[in-house]
Design a protein around this ligand. Structure first.
Ligand code: 5AD
Ligand code: SF4
Length: 481
């Protein structure tokens, strides 16, 4: 077995100031590795957040450099990679179930390579249990080890050895890795990786390493390249985009980056995720001033109670949160705001949960993701005393979701009879005569189409509001029909 080092959770928390090395032309691939996948097929299954989806595109790019071709069919695949998420326990359970299921394919085709990567691969307990329970897994690599895929696959094929490479170091920035983008009109652009916030419930700072921002010039060159290739929308991605640039000198902060990306003239710019901490006035001004920065912000609340926020390590009070929320609403016309909320944090009382409901009444979110707290091994919150039963937590989640659903429908109703600009994504799976796309506010619209194709930005009149989407009809100018 090759190099096998696992993350050290205790040491991770002690890390100090760090400027990550930039590795350019990061894929070091030999001529023989380039041929290894000739005539063979790959399939990547991605779970979790948009950072993982972007990693999945890079993994596909590397496999295609090795001459593998994509297949949608598991039975046709010669290599199947599970690109995993560790944010909550249920995400991990699904992956473990999937590995069990894939063993059947390996029985039918013993040469099949089964790989596990992503955030779960950064967890010591998970790697140990996969190695001992599932002999069929040949390949495990961490979030810092993508560039080593060719060497690892070569080792499996030519030496018939398992390959396990998981670094727990702070991380580097890899430029120039190939990727296969999943869409031709919308693209994600990583602006940073890792997180230094260490919210007490969250495993991300351990699995993705220390915050590392890409140089502004590299981000801008990527956006410009996408625009030149006909892309209409970019999503600037990071665990906490507001902190962009803080780890590199003479680069500029996130507000500067937003203004610079806007200058490329690409039609739609989005970004996620924004921590309320570090949300500057400069960012709000940039969103308000640039028409191509979409009026939509995901602003995770997590809890509406100051004591819980403190124990979560969030570093803002509910009043500070409301202040940012109010400024955004005042500065950006028709802005939509979404959020994340955790219920049942250890020891959360009925009164503390009621504060979360009050915050929801105040913010009346356009959209929200709500979760029951899931203890993640190694994080401080997993060690906190918790006397709240699962029944109580489930009841709180139901009550919260009822309010969240009420407000998302109420917000959607405001759009009925208005005409909105929609970036067309394509026909719906079940009803090909109905197309869907998103408004600037990131509202999903299903509409009858008169004439448009994927990537067009068209006018749609909203006819009906639902909880999670809008219905509409395409408006076509007199001369267009
Ligand atoms: N339990 C429940 N929810 C969590 N999240 C992060 N960690 C946990 C956890 N341990 C939620 C937060 C975060 C979103 C991506 O996932 O709300 O914003
Ligand atoms: Fe996790 Fe907090 Fe970092 Fe978000 S900001 S990834 S919740 S530690």
């Amino acid at each position: 077995m090759s190099e096998f080092r696992l993350p050290d959770m205790t040491r991770a928390r002690l890390r100090g100031k760090y400027q990550a090395p930039i590795v350019r032309d990061a894929l070091n691939i030999t001529p023989s590795q380039k041929e290894l996948g000739a005539g063979l097929f790959y399939h990547v299954i991605t779970y979790g957040c948009q950072a993982n989806v972007r990693d999945g595109e890079v993994i596909s790019g590397i496999l295609e450099e090795m001459s593998y071709r994509h297949t949608d069919l598991l039975e046709e695949a010669d290599i199947i990679i599970l690109n995993t998420c560790a944010i909550r326990d249920n995400a991990e359970k699904r992956v473990m179930g999937e590995i069990g299921f894939l063993q059947n394919y390996k029985r039918m085709k013993p040469s099949l390579i089964i790989g596990l990567c992503g955030c779960m691969a950064q967890e010591e307990a998970v790697v140990n249990s996969v190695l001992s329970k599932y002999k069929t897994v040949d390949l495990i690599f961490g979030t810092h080890n993508l560039f080593e895929i060719p060497q690892m696959i070569e080792q499996i094929i030519t030496k018939n050895q398992k390959a396990v490479r998981v670094y727990s170091h702070q991380g580097s920035i890899y430029e120039g890795l190939p990727s296969v983008r999943s869409l031709n009109h919308k693209a994600s652009v990583n602006i940073m990786d890792g997180c230094d916030k260490f919210c007490t419930y969250c495993i991300v700072p351990y699995t993705r390493g220390q915050q590392r921002s890409r140089l502004m010039g590299d981000v801008l060159a990527e956006v410009q390249g996408l625009k030149d290739a006909g892309y209409k929308e970019v999503m600037l991605l990071g665990q906490n985009v507001n902190a962009y640039g803080k780890d590199i000198p003479d680069n500029g902060d996130f507000a500067t980056l937003l203004n610079e990306v806007a200058k490329t003239g690409i039609e739609r710019i989005r970004f996620t995720t924004s921590h309320p901490w570090d949300f500057t006035d400069g960012m709000i001004e940039a969103i308000a001033a640039n028409e191509n920065i979409m009026p939509f912000v995901h602003l995770p609340l997590q809890s509406g109670n100051n004591e819980i926020l403190k124990r979560m390590g969030r570093r803002y009070t509910i009043d500070e949160y409301f202040a940012i929320f109010d400024k955004l609403k005042a500065a950006v016309k028709d802005i939509a705001i979404s959020t994340d909320i955790i219920v049942g944090f250890p020891g959360e009382t009925d009164e503390q949960f009621a504060d979360t409901l009050k915050a929801v009444e105040y913010c009346k979110y356009d959209n929200a993701y709500s979760f029951i707290f899931s203890p993640r091994p190694g994080t401080p919150a997993a060690r906190m005393e918790d006397d709240i039963t699962m029944e109580v937590k489930k009841a709180r989640l139901l009550q919260l979701n009822e309010r969240l659903g009420y407000y998302s429908k109420l917000n959607n109703q405001k759009w009925v009879n208005r005409t909105v600009r929609v970036l067309v994504d394509g026909p719906s799976k079940n009803r090909p005569e109905i197309f869907s796309g998103y408004t600037p506010q990131q509202k999903l619209v299903n509409f009858e189409i008169k004439g448009a194709s994927v990537g067009d930005i068209i006018d749609v009149k909203i006819t009906q509001a639902r909880k999670n989407s809008l219905n509409g009809i395409q408006i076509v100018g007199e001369n267009d029909e």
